[in-house]
Design a protein around this ligand. Structure first.
Ligand code: ZN
Length: 562
């Protein structure tokens, strides 16, 4: 729809105030208020009238071709907004307690290091929504405020002008989903008021040159097994980088070059014997350094650079003033590697060394690690099993490799007791199950722990199309987990969040899952989407089936009672 956006005129203030109040009244949040008190429209109108009169014409409206006003936007210093809430709170009277809870929660994550301003855009005619009018208004208002040097943040408390609209402008947001007693759902999205932070991307061409041997799946070729190339091929990783380039997202990330991990850093976790053995095997290539962990020719240098990539990612988010999140496309992966041997394609344990580096060299004390690879992160668990400074949470397919690891009863030992959380899910668990596990276990555990840094072992082998696991995550599931983790990082860890690539063996789908993760980390939306999600409709990928819910409940109960 063609609209013209312009500043409002003084004589329009009453009309526009009422228009905005009408938009507000349709908001689920305000609908709740209106349902409890019929005068809400009047109250909100009055507040806007007072504000607009005081500020003159610093609001904008969208007009259609016939000169009718179809949308409006206004900016408010935060305390004015709080004043509106207070006014409504008083008017709501007997429901004040409940309302206060709604208002408090809706403001809980707002920036407090202002000054900052909130923008509200409304399009009251439902038929006109989704046509970019709200977006045009917000863009106009943001440009206007940017011109005045005024920092802003945006709040969308209604889904109809949600993230999709804002994402178009490349702003960085974090959002949250809140549920209240009466079933009201708010979707606020913010544009941080002051400095926008960026996302680092770490990779090196050599990561794609590591040879994980030959054979087929994870076994050597021979007998009836025809050579195909190992399932841990470079292709799923190279195609991630390709997709980032194709979508243009890579240009909006900050490229950080990896530096090889030093011998000393590797020894934060690994034995000298293991490091030396890998070095020797690497001269020849094709030798297993433990259990299904082939060292190719030259893989020692590449593995050191992968661990070094993890280190640089951590160093960047901790030390940089402008970057707070990172994705490291490390290969070979790391989370299975044990102190004295490689396991399951993993030679050195990238995430463990990076976490220990953060503690030893950067002075970070408390770190949370979320491992959503479909396989249990046994090496990482070993490293911190008796450590209360690292909270390790693994969500995985129950009893997949390594068999026998990652049981709910494995909760840490000694002073580390309670700092290891295993969430073994049934095969065929998808988006809704992971979301439920996050809500019930992961999020409360991290809130309780209050980490200074969050690391993710990002294994995209829990996707529905993976050949090595039987989980059913879609890109949307990975998106959700990233977003939820980012909110936790924003809340507790100054936004410091690093995702390290682990497994993921469907070369077609892993890039889309990873692209979604990086979109969420950076807050930058692209038009890539998920070309494969269509085929998942009709499956239970986004259902929480009774046995799946029971499993999560049972784990939660165990953790609460042990
Ligand atoms: Zn895996």
């Amino acid at each position: 729809m063609d609209v013209t956006v312009r500043a409002i005129k003084a004589e329009e203030i009453d009309k526009i105030a009422s228009f905005i109040a009408t938009g507000y009244a349709d908001d689920i949040f305000f609908k709740w208020c209106v349902d409890h008190d019929k005068d809400q429209h009047k109250i909100v109108t009055e507040y806007y009238k007072v504000y607009l009169n005081a500020k003159g014409c610093m609001a904008h409206v969208a007009e259609n071709n016939s000169g009718e006003i179809v949308g409006a936007t206004v900016w408010l210093p935060h305390d004015v907004d709080a004043g509106i809430y207070d006014g409504i709170n008083k008017a709501v009277g007997t429901h004040a307690g409940n309302f206060q809870e709604v208002a408090d929660k809706s403001h809980a994550n707002e920036p407090t290091n202002g000054p900052f301003y909130q923008l509200v855009a409304v399009v009251t005619d439902k038929k006109l929504r989704g046509q970019g009018i709200g977006a045009a208004l917000l863009k106009h208002q943001i440009d206007y405020l940017d011109g005045l040097g005024i920092p802003t943040y945006l709040e969308a408390s209604t889904p109809y002008y949600g993230g999709g609209v804002y994402g178009k402008f490349g702003y960085k947001y974090f959002g949250m989903l809140m549920k209240f007693a009466e079933g009201i759902v708010l979707y606020p999205l913010y544009r941080p008021a002051l400095k926008e932070k960026k996302t680092a991307f770490i990779w090196d061409e050599s990561y794609f040159w590591h040879s994980a041997g030959d054979g087929a799946l994870f076994e050597p070729a021979g007998g009836y097994v025809q050579e195909l190339g190992p399932v841990e091929s470079p292709e799923s990783k190279r195609r991630i980088k390709n997709l980032l380039e194709r979508s243009g997202l890579i240009k909006q990330l900050v490229q950080v070059e990896p530096i090889p991990a030093t011998w000393e850093q590797l020894q934060y976790f690994h034995t000298k014997r293991h490091i030396e053995a890998v070095k020797e095997m690497s001269k020849v290539g094709g030798i297993d350094c433990g259990f299904y962990a082939i060292v190719g020719r030259g893989s020692y240098e590449i593995a050191k650079l992968a661990t070094g990539g993890a280190i640089q990612a951590v160093k960047t988010v901790v030390e940089s003033d402008t970057i707070n999140t990172a994705y490291a496309l490390t290969r070979p992966p790391g989370h299975h590697a044990e102190t004295d041997r490689g396991v399951g394609f993993c030679i050195f344990n990238n995430i463990v060394v990076a976490a220990k580096y953060a503690q030893k060299e950067l002075g970070i004390k408390k770190i949370a690690i979320i491992d959503w690879d479909a396989h249990h992160g046994n090496g990482t668990e070993d490293a911190f099993y008796e450590d209360d400074s690292v909270l390790f949470i693994s969500l995985h397919q129950d009893n997949l490799e390594p068999i026998g690891r990652g049981k709910k009863e494995d909760i840490g030992k000694g002073k580390g007791e309670g700092f290891t959380i295993n969430i073994p899910l049934y095969a065929a668990s998808g988006d809704a199950v992971y979301k439920y596990a996050f809500e019930q276990i992961v999020i409360p555990a991290i809130e309780n722990f209050e980490p200074e840094l969050i690391l993710i072992s990002a294994g995209q082998d829990a996707s529905i199309y993976d050949p090595l696991a039987r989980m059913m995550l879609s890109t949307e599931g990975y998106r959700y987990m990233t977003k939820a983790t980012k909110e936790l990082a924003d809340k507790y860890a100054k936004g410091r969040l690093v995702a390290l690539h682990e497994g993921g063996y469907c070369p077609t789908y892993v890039p889309f899952c990873t692209h979604a993760i990086i979109e969420e980390l950076s807050g930058i939306a692209t038009d890539v989407g998920d070309p494969f999600i269509f085929d998942m409709k009709g499956t239970t990928y986004n259902e929480l089936l009774p046995h799946q819910k029971e499993r999560v409940d049972e784990i939660k109960k165990y953790l609460n009672e042990y």
